[in-house]
Design a binder for this molecule. Sequence first.
Ligand SMILES: [Zn+2]
Length: 123
Amino acid sequence: MDIQHYKKRLLDLEKTLSARTERALAGGREQFLDSAHDTGDASVSDVAAADDFTEAELDSTILKQVQEALDRIAGGTFGKCLVDGGPIEVKRLEAVPWAPYCLKHQALIEAAAQPERGRSGNL
Ligand SMILES: [Zn+2]
């Protein structure tokens, strides 16, 4: 496995995501402050601010996973499933280089985290 290839991609992602997270949080704050002296459509501004925070939250979740993947590269366990230590599928790492689990365990974990949505066959 070409670790350097994934390391480069993860470092690029880390840079992009942290910049985007900071921007989104700053933008959300601005809109929130604007709505304080806006009598007309404060609720609309609040919704826009909430959207920014949600997106930033998603980015920061992925950012955390990217940083954990970089830790695993440093520790020599990158590309191994955190549950059973088995190899994570190369196709999966190409699509999601920060993936901490193999497909099987990722599916199990997602099903456990979302009991209502996980079983309806949307995948
Ligand atoms: Zn596994």
